[in-house]
Design a protein around this ligand. Structure first.
Ligand SMILES: [Fe+2]
Ligand SMILES: [Fe+2]
Length: 243
């Protein structure tokens, strides 16, 4: 069942509580009363169609309407992707880290095992941080520049060297998958570490890792299947404009 604009926002959460994290990225918080999705979006100046496409792709992994998604402006998309990055590095990773620290501080598992977990997690965190900072410092500014140049009335203001040194094809080639290592991290806990008597912290860490993995999958699809084609088209449009 897909989410539509007339549904009550409270019912959306009852239907799929995982969406809370996604909804928060639009700066929408709880306390929905009986308002519909459209009402809540309007109240927060959020584009309702964009909101619906994002929550539906998240809610139903088989729903990925390429055509609808390509209609949105790159800045709208980038703004959402950046908020998602912030959620990973500012909220989710620190939360998992805190659980791991609790495990090790309380000596709930053997020091050698906790070292294995901490080292693996730290190396994942470093990899994810590098991935995100490459996108935020290199790729997204490039897309915004392209968008800016395409909107200029006077082609004389287009500064070619700013866009010539990069192309979205490079991003496509180097855009690596950040989920593979997460799978290994989950397996260390599921298969190899002896569980403490009380495995509730392990369960919490695993739950968060599954959640993060699902979110990253969705995020990567947006980057590869939506952002890349939109930008390829912008590059072609700019070449045409400058001819
Ligand atoms: Fe990203
Ligand atoms: Fe990415």
């Amino acid at each position: 069942m897909l989410i539509n604009k007339d549904m009550k926002m409270a019912d959306v959460i009852h239907l799929d509580h995982h969406l809370l994290y996604v909804i928060n990225r639009f700066n929408i918080q709880l306390g929905f009363e009986d308002k519909s999705v459209a009402d809540v979006c309007a109240e927060h100046q959020v584009n309702t169609s964009f909101f619906l496409e994002i929550v539906n792709t998240y809610h139903d992994p088989s729903y990925f309407p390429l055509k609808n998604l390509k209609r949105f402006s790159p800045s709208l998309l980038i703004d959402y992707l950046q908020k998602t990055h912030h959620y990973y590095l500012g909220i989710k990773i620190p939360e998992i880290e805190q659980y791991i620290n609790q495990l090790t501080l309380n000596n709930k598992i053997e020091p050698a095992h906790s070292k294995l977990l901490v080292d693996f997690f730290q190396s994942y965190k470093t990899e994810l941080t590098a991935h995100i900072s490459r996108e935020e410092q290199r790729v997204y500014p490039y897309v915004k520049k392209l968008e800016e140049f395409l909107s200029l009335v006077d082609d004389g203001e287009v500064s070619l060297h700013e866009i010539n040194e990069y192309s979205i094809q490079k991003y496509e080639e180097e855009h690596d998958d950040v989920e593979a290592k997460l799978y290994d991290l989950k397996n260390i806990i599921i298969k190899y570490l002896p569980s403490p008597n009380d495995s509730s912290l392990f369960n919490k860490i695993l739950h968060d890792l599954f959640e993060l993995e699902r979110d990253l999958n969705n995020h990567g699809r947006f980057e590869n299947l939506i952002l890349v084609p939109i930008v390829e088209k912008m590059e072609k449009d700019l070449v045409k404009k400058l001819k």
